[in-house]
Ligand binder design. Structure first.
Ligand code: SF4
Length: 434
């Protein structure tokens, strides 16, 4: 069978698609990039907010008109647990039994399969869909935080950590396959280990990975500030060779909003964390905030703006509050303080302009420096401070091998991207990061 697979949503979904691809390629099948020639079309969907649901449904409508049999998987079927028009198969998360059958070419006529919310997840059977030199490493699945606005615990179940030895084995396997850059993910990476070891074990993961020869860069995404301890920051400091990028989603800074969001962290603690991280030379701190949360008045929004302008994260992501019916905020009545769509849009534009400014200032500070980058494509790469698909890239002139590190003198900066020229000869090989 020729199989086409399209992935929407976040890197967690991308890993799921990599696992599915592993099952497909175990059998007598191939992957095609052309959806119109596929015998089987797999759409891996996102559904955590209404916009994502809309995008998934639009894709289903488009793909259901093609000749291949359509399998819809991921968060959409896991959230709604019902058939969608035009789909031959509806498959929730963690249904490895179905993918195994598909790999063997043994498809039923049609089906509707979802999982219990604490399905066992397993990433060992993966075929990377990213370029060979970087990979996401999922250290846990699900989430037990139950932030008021979020339905991820409802879709993906409670927090389940992988075992340390399995994560290290997976990293070694990926390193042997050519991966140099590891992007650690989970819904909440700093909570790692608490469910199976009774204590936070992210420090141990970082320590163990930093001793794996050939692991050059580690990015830490989704580091929930409520669980980021000073000990963890010390370990990050000690692993100075490789961890230079942390994504710290704060969501807001007003204590009343943080409390209502059930983020279990205060403004004062967030300030302490940022101050502490800033003492680590070369550490890039990315954050993410939400605009338009119910009850975010002029005062709370002004507090958020002042904070962002004073703390100056190196990069910033943002999203708009979206009221989802399964979210705690929908049930506990806070939704009576909803902002209008126009107000949310206006606030989004204001914070987006701040995000642009912060990124531009950060990029300008790099002009004139020579930076080590990893080469993603012809004349394009990323510094240790640019995460794939999240931050900008470096465009450069000169020769460099894809998948290798090279040094680039930065000559120009734009809002999100950098420009430069190579300073290395073409035969640059793996060295320790600068
Ligand atoms: S930490 Fe909060 S926002 Fe993040 S996945 Fe868990 S419940 Fe959702």
């Amino acid at each position: 069978m020729k199989v086409f697979i399209k992935t929407l949503g976040c890197p967690k979904n991308l890993i799921d698609s990599e696992v599915i691809t592993g099952y497909i390629l175990k059998g007598k099948n191939s992957i095609t990039k052309d959806s119109s020639e596929a015998d089987v079309i797999i759409l891996n969907t996102c559904a955590f907010i209404q916009d994502a649901v809309r995008e998934s449904v639009e894709e289903i409508l488009y793909l259901s008109n093609l000749r291949g049999r359509l399998i819809v998987t991921g968060c959409l079927p896991q959230r709604f647990k019902k058939a969608s028009r035009g789909c031959d198969f509806i498959v929730g998360l963690g249904r490895y039994d179905f993918w195994e059958r598909l790999g063997r070419g043994n498809l039923p006529e049609s089906c509707l399969l979802v999982s219990s919310n604490n399905y066992i997840f397993n990433d060992t059977n993966r075929v990377l869909l990213t370029p060979a030199h970087y990979a996401y490493l999922r250290i846990a699945e699900g989430c037990s935080n139950r932030c008021s606005y979020c339905i991820i615990p409802y879709i993906r179940g409670p927090y389940r950590s992988k075992k340390i030895k399995d994560i290290v084995t997976e990293a070694e396997y990926l390193r042997d396959a050519g991966v140099k850059e590891f992007i650690l993910i989970a819904q909440d990476t700093t909570n790692y280990g608490i469910d199976i070891y009774g204590e936070y074990k992210l420090p141990e993961i970082l320590q163990r990975l930093s001793t794996v020869d050939g692991v050059d860069w580690i990015r830490l995404l989704y580091a929930h500030p409520a669980h980021l301890t000073d000990d963890m920051i010390d370990i990050i400091r000690e692993s100075k060779k490789i961890v230079k990028y942390i994504d710290l989603p704060i969501q807001h800074i007003s204590n009343s909003i943080l409390k209502s969001m059930r983020r279990k962290v205060t403004r004062e603690r967030i300030e302490e964390i940022v101050k502490n991280l800033r003492t680590i030379p070369g550490m890039h701190i990315r954050s993410e905030v939400m605009v338009g949360y119910p009850g975010e008045g002029e005062k709370e929004f002004a507090e958020l703006i002042d904070f962002l302008l004073s703390v100056k994260f190196d990069s910033l992501g943002l999203f708009k509050f979206s009221l989802e019916k399964e979210a705690p905020v929908h049930r506990d009545g806070t939704s009576s303080d909803l902002l209008s769509i126009e107000e949310i849009e206006e606030r989004y534009d204001i914070i987006m302009e701040i995000a642009r400014q912060l990124s531009y200032e950060h990029n300008c500070s790099l002009v004139g420096r020579t930076l080590r980058i990893i080469v993603d494509g012809l004349g394009e790469g990323r510094t240790q401070w640019q995460s794939p698909e999240i931050d900008g890239v470096v465009f450069f002139e000169g020769d460099a091998r894809i998948g290798e590190f090279t040094n680039i003198k930065i000559t120009n900066a734009e809002d999100f991207d950098l420009f430069g020229v190579t300073t290395d000869s073409f035969l640059h090989t793996r060295t320790s990061p600068s």
